[in-house]
Ligand binder design. Structure first.
Ligand SMILES: [Cu+2]
Length: 355
């Protein structure tokens, strides 16, 4: 997903527009389209803030460790001004969005130099599937370090709950935008930040560490889980509970499945239904972390409150009901068969498709 070349980095020590010392990161905000249009600005900048009471410098959109969450509908037009207040080039990729890869749309070959503003226009097709997407910087050779340093956010194409039975169409929804920060001390090494050098990596969720989510016993909620960090893999579990998967990587699954564990590589999204089982606080955890240790394996605290609540339909009912309508591709005409042969040169970190 990312290419990385440390030698091409600009030392953060040379930063002329020094970040605002003493200020904390802003809360992430939600921005919604209105009458078919979402018009907003993303300012990429450096900022000092606190993560789990440790002071650190991050690269952020609009002052928040998690960029603003976009909420759009199929057929909408999205217009975004990307203002680059960094000391190096950046750009944007709209991960999972089915739009043009050219011009000023999802064009990862655009180079937005320091001090410049790039206007992006995304025309979302009327037949775009609902689901959970994300955006991040995607400038060749800089994207890995920029995403490690905080430059990513969520992008929701609304309407997923409309594929559920009536009783679940007003289901409470939570987004879990998970990113390691700072990832593997990369930001610290690259930008020579003494305050970040001593900082332990944290798994942040919506810009916070170990947030609390409330749910009642028997209540069903829709959770949008997204691993928007640069590299770490997560194995998500909620002990005593099951995930019912209704969308994967921004697309409805049409055939609902369940599992007690969700393996999530970088960029992975699962939209799941959970019907709370148990009582009191239950830790949403990542069961393994092969790349980093020591590492806090908590994702969030799920507080299963007192008092029962049912939506009339539980997550397990969806296994039998499925999504509505149920799109069945098994009888579709196949226009073409393609073979994609993946291989790698692991020594040089080069990856090939069809050589
Ligand atoms: Cu991506």
């Amino acid at each position: 997903m990312f290419a990385f070349d440390q030698s091409s980095q600009t030392a953060f020590a040379q930063n002329k527009t020094s970040p605002l010392a003493g200020m904390n990161f802003s809360k992430s905000v939600d921005v919604w389209s209105k009458d078919g249009v979402l018009n907003t600005t993303l300012v990429a900048e450096y900022k000092i803030g606190k993560v789990d009471n440790q002071t650190t410098t991050a690269m952020v959109y609009n002052g928040s460790l998690l960029g603003p969450t976009f909420h759009v509908f199929p057929g909408d037009r999205v217009e975004v001004n990307l203002v680059n207040n960094l000391n190096e080039s950046t750009n944007l990729h709209w991960h999972g969005l089915h739009v043009s890869p050219g011009n000023v749309s999802d064009n990862v070959l655009l180079d937005v130099p320091p001090g410049a503003t790039q206007h992006y226009v995304l025309d979302i097709p009327k037949d775009h599937d609902p689901g959970t997407l994300w955006y991040h910087s995607h400038l060749h050779k800089l994207s890995y370090a920029q995403v490690s340093s905080g430059l990513s956010g969520m992008f929701i194409v609304e309407g997923l709950e409309k594929l559920l039975p009536k009783s679940l169409q007003n289901v409470t929804q939570h987004t879990f935008a998970m990113k390691d920060f700072p990832f593997d001390q990369l930001f610290a090494k690259t930008y020579k930040l003494s305050n970040t050098m001593t900082m332990h990596e944290r798994l942040t969720v919506n810009g916070d560490v170990n947030p609390t989510i409330n749910i009642k016993p028997g209540e069903t909620q829709l959770w949008r889980l997204a691993n928007i960090g640069p590299e770490n893999e997560l194995t998500v579990q909620l002990p005593g509970n099951m995930f019912y998967i209704i969308a994967e990587d921004g697309s409805p699954v049409w055939s609902v499945w369940k599992n007690d564990t969700l393996f999530m590589s970088s960029g992975k999204r699962y939209d799941v239904l959970v019907t709370a089982n148990g009582s009191g606080p239950v830790e949403l955890v990542s069961a393994n972390n092969m790349f980093t240790a020591p590492y806090d394996r908590h994702i969030a605290t799920i507080n299963i409150e007192q008092g029962n609540q049912t939506n009339g339909t539980s997550a397990s009912d969806i296994l039998g009901i499925g999504l509505i309508p149920n799109r069945d591709l098994s009888n579709a005409t196949i226009a073409e068969h393609r073979v994609l042969n993946f291989s790698s040169n692991d020594r040089d970190w080069i990856y090939y498709i069809n050589r």
